[in-house]
Design a protein around this ligand. Structure first.
Ligand SMILES: NC(=O)c1ccc[n+]([C@@H]2O[C@H](COP(=O)([O-])OP(=O)(O)OC[C@H]3O[C@@H](n4cnc5c(N)ncnc54)[C@H](OP(=O)(O)O)[C@@H]3O)[C@@H](O)[C@H]2O)c1
Length: 315
């Protein structure tokens, strides 16, 4: 078969022949892949920088996707920590880590949306006790996961959702997705955000790094009652891996900082959320910008994906 194959962590995957996988365990099946998303997590898998990387090569990237199982069912599947990834004509799937999709679901939309949507869905449903009516700030709301976080928070009952990002054109589109307010992260980000966020209860943070370090004190101190709990959920780190959090931010309010992702949420909890989320995505509940790219063009897609759509590789 053909696959996207990483032979060096310094270069993008190449389209080339690769041995067709055979089940290693009784609970594995070989599935015909239809679509697999090129998520940031897949890039860090392919360049060896993800915290779960074992540095094993060669490696076929792709952590999830949509495919046709031997029983004919259309399935969304998740793969964890394997060198036999999803960007191939066929891959190995544990059916317990997959969800049957309604026939007629669009494989590209589902493959594009599940990973970024899961980041906020799982955080709000499994990482904290989120209560309907609470106010949610999405820090880094212009990327795929942030745009979905705005929609997911509203769908799960948020009373008010504020989207913050650095690109005005993308911020302007968030109102149509359900955002009640938007804040531009420019030179006055801390001041603007502190004023606009108000009594926020939950922060979904995709940025971290110096941005979070700069805005956290303002968000924390601009609340009417500092004794009301504020939960800051670290989900992504596109602005920086480390953040110098001022100690006063932790003392000045009832602030909890937690992370949400593979490890901090048990795999069983993540899997338990997939059917409902997949059903919503298959039904078109959430808007996602996706662009299908044939597997043959995977190398070019890796280097030329400057657009805002989520690239989805289609064998
Ligand atoms: N923990 C989890 O469960 C989980 C699951 C999925 C994703 N994630 C993580 O979430 C993050 C976002 O994922 P994604 O799929 O949304 O990626 P994405 O579509 O590439 O979006 C990232 C966005 O971040 C914005 N950005 C980059 N640097 C910024 C900065 N300094 N200040 C403000 N905005 C900045 C960019 O927006 P503009 O160019 O428009 O400014 C970009 O569109 C990644 O770190 C990913 O690994 C975590």
């Amino acid at each position: 078969m053909h696959a996207a194959v990483v032979t060096s962590f310094d270069t993008p995957p190449h389209y080339q022949r690769f041995p067709t996988p055979t089940p290693r365990a009784a609970d594995e099946v070989v599935l015909d892949v239809l679509a697999s998303g090129l998520h940031p997590r897949v890039r860090s898998q392919a360049n060896g920088s993800h915290y779960t990387s074992t540095r094993e090569l060669p490696l076929v990237p792709g952590i999830d996707g949509v495919g046709r199982a031997p029983d004919g069912s259309l399935r969304y599947f998740v793969l964890f920590d394997t060198v036999m990834g999803a960007m191939a004509e066929r891959t190995l799937v544990d059916p317990r880590r997959s969800v049957v999709l309604p026939e007629g679901s669009d494989p590209v939309s589902v493959a594009a949306a599940m990973n970024p949507a899961m980041s906020s869905w799982v955080a709000l449903r499994r990482r904290i006790d989120f209560a309907p009516g609470q106010a949610v700030l999405v820090l880094g709301a212009t990327g795929a996961a942030g745009r979905l976080a705005v929609q997911v928070a509203k769908h799960l009952g948020a009373g008010r959702v504020i989207g913050a990002g650095r690109r005005p054109d993308r911020l302007a589109t968030l109102t149509d997705l359900g955002a009640d307010a938007t804040v531009l992260l420019d030179g006055d980000a801390a001041e603007n955000l502190g004023r606009a966020a108000g009594d926020v209860d939950v922060v979904l943070d995709y940025l971290w790094g110096p941005v979070t370090a700069a805005v956290m004190p303002a968000v924390v101190t601009n609340r009417a009652d500092p004794g009301t709990p504020l939960t800051w959920i670290e989900i992504g780190s596109v602005a920086g891996r480390s953040a110098a959090i001022p100690s006063a931010a932790l003392r000045a309010a009832r602030l909890s900082i937690v992370g949400s992702g593979q490890g901090s949420v048990p795999t069983d909890d993540i899997m338990a959320e997939l059917p409902e989320l997949a059903a919503e995505i298959a039904n078109g509940t959430f808007t996602i910008d996706a662009r299908a790219v044939p597997l043959t063009d995977v190398e070019a897609a890796w280097t030329n994906s400057a657009g805002t759509e989520r690239v989805v590789i289609t064998p």
